[in-house]
Design a binder for this molecule. Sequence first.
Ligand SMILES: *[C@@H]1O[C@H](CO)[C@@H](O)[C@H](O)[C@H]1NC(C)=O
Ligand SMILES: *[C@@H]1O[C@H](CO)[C@@H](O)[C@H](O)[C@H]1NC(C)=O
Ligand SMILES: *[C@@H]1O[C@H](CO)[C@@H](O)[C@H](O)[C@H]1NC(C)=O
Length: 371
Amino acid sequence: MLSILLLPLLAILALAAPLESRAPKYNVTSMNEALKRGSGILGSYSKCSGSLCSWMSKVSDTTKITDMSIPGTHDTASWDYTLLKQLSYLKYTNIIYPSALYRCGTQSIFAQLAAGNRAFDLRVGFAPNGKDLVFFHSEALLDINARFEDVIQGFYRFLEENPTESLLISVKDENATWGTTQALQQSLYTTLTSSVAQSYVNPSTSISSTALSAVRGKMTILRRFALDQLSSSQQSLGIDLTNGWSDNNADFSLTTPSGDKVFIEDLYEPKADKIGLTPNVNLKLNATTTHISASSSKSKGDGLYITFASSEQAYQLLFPQVMAQGLIVPGVNQGLKKWLTTGQGKGLKKKGIVFTDFASETSGLVEAIIA
Ligand SMILES: *[C@@H]1O[C@H](CO)[C@@H](O)[C@H](O)[C@H]1NC(C)=O
Ligand SMILES: *[C@@H]1O[C@H](CO)[C@@H](O)[C@H](O)[C@H]1NC(C)=O
Ligand SMILES: *[C@@H]1O[C@H](CO)[C@@H](O)[C@H](O)[C@H]1NC(C)=O
């Protein structure tokens, strides 16, 4: 009797087994090479573990991506830009601002993913060899070894292992000093449309009606680089944010060629006539919470809302870390967490994408954005 009951079960298990051990959609050899070479930006690989690795599994399939609350990291690749690293690249960059002005976090990309972040802000340019695409924050060369395609492979690895999740990858051309703009466009286009990319990159150029189910296990490119120097068949890729981005603006919008409305808060250097940390933090915090509220109520319209909680005020030595974490007095992150957990932001849904600096230093901030 027992064996009669067990037989169908065994048959199911036998059928299921090959699925469990199915080959990944990427080339294992080149994945291992990429994770090794990319470790200066990706961090060392370990499979995502912890309760936030699959937080999107609790979001219903039919939810529109633009109706979600998605935490992200601003200037994602700058997390290990220490003074030591800066000094070791002095021969390429000459004297630039102190490393602290460029550094926007402390967690590796794999750790950022494990902490629940799903939006990433990548800024690329040519390495001094004029060939490899690597990461920059303005004139700061962040790592000489980790290539753009390596870091993208790291995201593929995460998606392969966490197929309920969806990523938003902003890619900006930051520095073409050691190459041409055309070569930079070509390199980005080639990486993001390769045969392996076709398994993981959302092919749509529009996001405003995309349901989560359509992009689980995939990344959507928020494109902050032009393709105008490529052939006409290569001029579309991802969500095109190249027209209308307004520099250091607390509240602007743009419409993509596909008709998506995108509402953005990117006041990275509060135009404070006031001196000191608290006045600058208050300005930035107001811009941030005002925009998150607008996202939640869709008061500007339906579309993709992007809020940067990150900022600096260089001439007052208010580096990103100081603005985010504060110094004796609270910074933007503590204020934002308080607003989200006990203030007017409590219980808000549809916060949009919220990019932070140093979120890992304020425990519970990422969770408060997701909530
Ligand atoms: C996988 O990548 C390696 C290294 O880049 C390459 O030599 C090999 O031919 C690739 N294998 C397949 C099946 O494409
Ligand atoms: C790119 O980086 C190099 C090296 O630091 C620097 O000399 C150049 O001014 C940078 N270009 C831009 C546009 O930031
Ligand atoms: C808060 O931000 C909004 C939107 O940027 C602005 O209209 C308002 O004047 C700001 N309030 C304060 C007190 O700064």
